[in-house]
Design a protein around this ligand. Structure first.
Ligand SMILES: O=P(O)(O)OC[C@H]1O[C@H](O[C@H]2O[C@H](CO)[C@@H](O)[C@H](O)[C@H]2O)[C@H](O)[C@@H](O)[C@@H]1O
Length: 265
């Protein structure tokens, strides 16, 4: 990677990796040090790609940094959003239309959650939150009175709703998403590595949804490094990573050190 940076692909997740976990998903923002490191790397390596469950445009918007380089300033950046269904590049998003089941989930979710006796969040209130991502919906319990308990109550009814609407369930950090089938971070990364003719790859993530990308690094057969952005909340991923760092601050430090090593080679 350092000897042949032009062949390297640097892949990163957004929430929990570039952006610290916060109670309200709408408050998430990139760590400015991570954005600055990626902006350096973008001019040095083959490609920088963000692979995220967020809509691609949301990652770009939450990647703005006042007075410094933000994610939109990373040279050649590609964002594969909604687990690879969307692509942001050169300021434009391309994506297929949402499958029809999403509209039914959107209509039924508030009723279903109320029927389970779980209060929904209002502005700034505690409760269960619904994040509408256009082609997927996420049900968040981080702000519920009992986050783990709410997750337990929701698990089966959401799986049933996903099955009835031809969609799939994606569990995450105090969140269950109902999203289109047929794509995941691994498939998205496979295709990107092939498209760019990658000769090495690094992928950093924080959650079990990032495991598919770790597996893509392994099956690529390329010299590869998997990085876990560690937290007390997700303990399973660290054992499966080559390198473990402390959250987004640790990821930023690692990316910055990598940029320094390439610049100084
Ligand atoms: O693939 P990622 O970039 O990691 O996105 C996965 C989901 O992350 C977001 O939720 C998580 O972060 C929130 C903000 O810190 C936090 O409040 C929540 O508890 C976490 O689950 C996001 O809201 C989802 O849409 C993403 O799919």
């Amino acid at each position: 990677m350092i000897a042949d940076p032009g062949g390297a692909v640097i892949g990163v997740d957004f929430d929990g990796t570039l952006s610290p976990i916060v109670p309200d998903p709408a408050d998430a923002r990139v760590d400015p040090r991570a954005a600055a490191a990626l902006a350096r790397l973008g001019g040095l390596v083959g490609a920088v790609v963000i692979v995220t469950g967020r809509p691609a445009a949301t990652a770009i918007a939450y990647g703005e940094v006042a007075g410094g380089p933000g994610l939109a300033d990373v040279p050649g950046l590609v964002v594969l959003g909604q687990y690879g269904l969307e692509r942001w590049e050169d300021g434009r998003v391309t994506s297929p239309p949402p499958p029809p089941g999403v509209a039914r989930v959107r209509a039924e979710l508030p009723i279903l959650i109320a029927s389970l006796g779980l209060p929904l969040t209002g502005d700034g209130d505690s409760g269960v939150g619904i994040e509408d991502k256009g082609r997927a919906l996420a049900v968040h319990t981080r702000r519920a009175a009992d986050p783990e308990g709410a997750l337990r109550v929701l698990r089966e009814p959401l799986a049933k709703l996903a099955a009835e609407t031809g969609l799939t369930v994606e569990p995450g950090r105090l969140v269950i998403e109902i999203r289109p089938t047929g794509m995941d971070k691994g498939r998205a990364l496979d295709a990107f590595l092939a498209e760019r003719g990658a000769r090495s790859v690094l992928f950093a993530g924080d959650d079990l949804g990032d495991l598919a990308a770790f597996e893509a690094v392994r099956r690529s057969g390329l010299p590869g490094v998997t990085v876990c952005s560690a937290s007390a909340e997700v303990t399973g991923l660290a054992a499966l990573a080559d390198v473990v760092v402390e959250g987004p601050a640790g990821v930023a430090a690692l990316l910055s050190a990598l940029a320094g090593a390439v610049e100084g080679r």
